[in-house]
Design a protein around this ligand. Structure first.
Ligand SMILES: *Cc1c(COP(=O)(O)O)cnc(C)c1O
Length: 288
């Protein structure tokens, strides 16, 4: 089957900071300024055991003189911090943890205990998405990016794509690739995004959040071998797989210029490789 040729570009947001991965740097930028303006000394946030956001807040907090507290999903992790590279890193940055059951994590937004306990801290939501985060993500694109026809990115909580939508031109189409299952995303993006020239493609979640298949791992390894660009297995690997698959199916018009945003996330590779090893599956070849 003849594929129509397209031009694929990757914006290496993974390279903008050695530890505060790609979009998490953008999302934290104005939140850190706001926290300083409010004279807060402690940042409190939420995340899972391998969360890029937890790692980013821990490092950014250290770098900017804040104490940090991470409320972590899964009370069984309490005794396993040392075995978890993400939590280990966050802990080395000085982050303190509160491990909570999945049940109380689910209700975190209206948990009275948390707001009593941490009421005087600067609260950053799970995944870091709020108005200020979207404002930071509006800086991912610059003026010369208006030459692209499509802009593609991974979607978790929807903050990053909202910023991209707001700063993209109306002649451009933004396609988001959710890394998790959930109908809430569309609504979340409508909350922040000011235009309608976007869509979500839910065909490439590979079974859900942090789920991978041998096919995805093989793709990521091949992509690195051929292009020397490392992708992460939870977000960017699925997105680039999706974009290339769509291109091979003739989804994009001939000679379309496509910009994929590499949102980072490479710190998650260590943790993923541990899980893959435990299951006897092939690993990601590199460990950045
Ligand atoms: C958190 C994250 C995302 C998702 O960003 P949202 O703003 O939550 O949609 C995408 N890619 C990477 C690498 C991430 O760490």
């Amino acid at each position: 089957m003849p594929n129509s040729p397209v031009e694929l570009y990757i914006r290496r947001e993974d390279l903008i900071h050695p530890f505060v991965s790609g979009n998490k740097f953008r999302k934290l930028k104005y939140n850190l300024i706001q926290a300083k303006n409010e004279n807060k000394t402690t940042l409190v946030t939420f995340g899972g055991a391998f969360s890029n956001h937890i790692a980013a807040v821990a490092y950014a907090g250290k770098e900017n003189g804040f104490e940090t507290i991470g409320i972590i999903r899964g009370d069984e992790l309490q005794s396993k911090t040392q075995k978890n590279p993400t939590l280990q890193f966050a802990n080395d940055c000085g982050m303190e943890f509160e491990f909570v059951t999945r049940e109380s994590y689910k209700n975190k937004e209206n948990n009275v205990d948390f707001s009593n306990k941490y009421g005087d801290c600067y609260l950053i939501p799970e995944g870091g998405t709020n108005e200020l985060a979207v404002m930071g993500c509006e800086e991912i694109l610059n003026e010369s990016d208006n030459r692209y026809d499509y802009i593609c990115c991974a979607v978790g909580t929807g903050g990053t794509i909202s910023g991209i939508i707001n700063s993209a031109g109306s002649h451009q189409k933004i396609i988001g690739f959710p890394a998790l299952k959930g109908d809430f995303l569309q609504k979340e993006i409508y909350k922040f995004a000011k235009k309608n020239n976007w869509e979500l493609n839910t065909e490439y979640d590979f079974g859900g959040y942090a789920k991978v298949t041998p096919q995805l791992i093989e793709f990521i390894n091949n992509f690195y071998r051929e292009n020397a660009i490392p992708l992460d297995p939870i977000y960017t690997g699925k997105t680039v797989f999706g974009v290339m698959d769509l291109a091979s199916k003739g989804y994009f018009p001939e000679n379309a210029k496509i910009l994929v945003i590499h949102t980072g996330g490479l710190q998650g590779i260590k943790g993923m490789n541990m899980k893959l090893k435990n299951k006897g599956l092939s690993l990601i070849d590199y460990d950045i």
